[in-house]
Design a protein around this ligand. Structure first.
Ligand SMILES: [Zn+2]
Ligand SMILES: [Zn+2]
Length: 289
């Protein structure tokens, strides 16, 4: 079990560092919100509104675990899903749109590209994700977009909770308090808070930076997917596989794309075997028939 999981884990130095940082961020934010922020907010409020504060506290705890579960599930599914050409029946004769990969010494289907870190060709390869140490392709693209979405949601949720917490910490929203959150490294030079306050300020900053980073990533990848493009096709403005936003989303999130984003345990197979894709031209002619 451990050895089989080991082969999916990051191999290069930069991938290991990024993956460790990701795990550290997920768990430190989770622990910070659950054990420091929430008790500090609801400890002071529960005296005024015992029932309302109590149920709201458990609602936040439930939401926290729901988001954490989705983040870890998607991370697990990204690294364990085989989205490469390994194990696929590939033709020995090269077909139109295919190319020969000299490294894999096999014919490679359209939209697949070789990854020199993963040492294989990846089906509908979007990019190599350093933070998970794996390539993002046809079969794990859904989990990647879901991971980014739930991390962005976690950071946004934390920022809202933190606002209450920071207000309580500083007693007011001032230029000093905003600067401390935005630039903790600079503020620590001038700010004479205790070490616990510094940790709290650092965690609040991490949530804020995480929100902008994951938010930007999510928008970038969802726009590409709605346009039916992988990163390579966006770079070279290739629109060959743009079948309209509904079909494009189905290729990303699977046939049950309307609910698939709620949880990655929902079965939602992608309508492709990874070896051929319907082009816009073929799709248009099928519609007019
Ligand atoms: Zn290859
Ligand atoms: Zn890769």
């Amino acid at each position: 079990m451990v050895s089989s999981l080991m082969r999916y884990l990051p191999k290069t130095g930069s991938d290991i560092c990024a993956f460790t940082f990701l795990l550290f961020s997920i768990h430190s934010i989770g622990i910070f919100e659950l054990f420091i922020v929430l008790p500090s907010i609801y400890h002071s409020q529960s005296h005024a509104t015992p029932t309302g504060g109590f149920s709201l506290y458990y609602f936040h705890v439930f939401m926290g675990f729901y988001i954490y579960f989705n983040v870890m599930l998607n991370l697990y599914l990204i690294i364990t899903t085989n989205t490469s050409i390994k194990g696929r029946m590939l033709p020995s004769i090269i077909r139109p749109g295919w190319r020969f990969c000299a490294v894999c010494e096999s014919n490679s289907p359209p939209r697949s590209f070789h990854c020199f870190t993963c040492k294989t060709c990846i089906l509908k390869r979007d990019h190599h994700c350093t933070f998970t140490g794996n390539c993002i392709g046809l079969y794990n693209h859904r989990y990647y977009v879901s991971l980014v979405f739930y991390m962005c949601l976690a950071c946004a949720y934390s920022c809202v909770l933190n606002f209450d917490f920071v207000y309580h910490l500083f007693g007011t929203v001032s230029v000093k308090s905003i600067l401390t959150i935005m630039f903790p490294m600079i503020s620590w030079i001038f700010y004479s808070g205790d070490s616990m306050t510094n940790v709290q300020v650092f965690m609040t900053s991490l949530c804020l930076v995480g929100f902008f980073l994951t938010g930007g990533l999510f928008v970038y990848h969802i726009v590409n997917s709605i346009n039916g493009q992988i990163v390579h096709e966006r770079t070279y403005n290739i629109k060959t596989y743009n079948l309209g936003w509904k079909e494009n989303l189905a290729l990303l999130l699977g046939k049950r794309w309307r609910i698939a984003w709620l949880c990655s345990l929902i079965k939602s197979p992608v309508p492709s075997d990874g070896l051929q894709y319907i082009t816009r031209e073929q799709y248009e002619s099928l519609k007019t028939m």
